[in-house]
Design a protein around this ligand. Structure first.
Ligand code: SF4
Length: 320
């Protein structure tokens, strides 16, 4: 039976996702018809919140009314998307994460310097699609099976999608040493990803079971699950609290840890903590599930884990 639930530190939205969501909210609160190009984050609660404010996600610029505001999400887009939006007279709000902007610039420099570029990333991931707008000839590789496609060239450069695991980047860099006479390595693994992995590992080492919360297809969430298992702690991966219905996995666990991917609001981790206590906590804990979950959240939440950068009044005004 569970007698304690801990939430990993430095979880919640990464600053890139948070800022893009805030930009969409600010635009809507200012009375502008606002769309986001693609879902800002694959999280049902966040999408519902934005819809309440009138923010609608569209798949294509063609679905945005002329003159309306369109928010570019944290992953960024190809430069042509900005050009097309301007031609259509849209009010473009650039929510591209500053780290991704820096990555795009570095990639452009590698192109200008004439390197054959290898990009470690998930081929259809929006960040990778955007990056390829700066380096259309870059060779995208993901798992080790892809690496045999990397040619031998005199001057090669390696760069990565921000959320790739650092160990994979290091292994690929080592592999590429034998493929090039000159190898330039630009480490663009996002520090937020690294910190989250460190704190997840630390939590996993001190508990009997981990619950990892995030999108089913989210690479950074899957990586957290894998890390917990490397730490020797069994992990259950779920999308949200509603997925927890069966107390059986918690039977042998006394202390449970909760962590989440970069697109998971920290409040979702609190809801998961509450759900764990409700279905598997000791009889003394169960009636206090909400209060104990809030305490776990307070112990974990730092400014880095906050869900919004907007002053409370402003959000309230937009929501009204
Ligand atoms: S994971 Fe890092 S690079 Fe990606 S959006 Fe978040 S802060 Fe930006």
């Amino acid at each position: 039976m569970v007698r304690e639930v801990r939430i990993a530190h430095r979880t919640g939205f990464c600053y890139g996702v948070r800022e893009a969501i805030d930009k969409a909210k600010e635009s809507a609160a200012a009375g502008k018809l606002t769309h986001t190009l693609g879902q800002v984050v694959h999280n049902e609660g966040v999408i519902n919140d934005l819809q309440q404010l009138g923010v609608r996600s569209v798949d294509s610029l063609d679905d945005v009314d002329s003159g309306a505001a369109v928010v570019i999400r944290a992953h960024g887009v190809k430069p042509e998307v900005f050009e097309r939006a301007e031609t259509r007279g849209l009010d473009v709000i650039d929510g591209t994460c500053t780290w991704v902007i820096q990555e795009q610039r570095q990639l452009q420099e590698l192109v200008d310097e004439g390197y054959t570029i290898v990009l470690l990333g998930t081929p259809k991931h929006p960040e990778v699609v955007g990056l390829l707008g700066f380096a259309p000839d870059a060779i995208v590789v993901d798992e080790e099976a892809d690496w045999s496609r990397i040619p031998r060239r005199k001057r090669m450069a390696l760069i990565t999608q921000s959320t790739q695991p650092p160990w994979k980047f290091e292994q690929l860099a080592a592999f590429m040493v034998s493929r090039a006479h000159e190898l330039k390595i630009v480490n663009t693994v996002c520090p937020v990803t690294i910190r989250r992995q460190e704190d997840t590992l630390e939590t996993a080492r001190g508990v009997d079971l981990m619950v990892v919360v995030g999108g089913r297809h989210s690479a950074n969430t899957k990586e957290l699950t894998r890390l917990c298992e490397i730490a020797g702690t069994k992990a259950i991966q779920i999308e949200n609290a509603k997925d927890l219905v069966d107390p059986a996995p918690f039977e042998a666990a006394q202390v449970v840890g909760v962590t989440g991917g970069t697109s998971t609001p920290i409040e979702d981790l609190r809801d998961v903590a509450e759900r764990i206590i409700t279905i598997a906590g000791t009889p003394e804990m169960q009636p206090r599930a909400a209060e104990l979950a809030r305490e776990a959240l307070d112990a974990a939440a730092t400014p880095a884990g906050r869900t919004t950068s907007l002053p409370e009044l402003k959000v309230a005004a937009g929501a009204a």
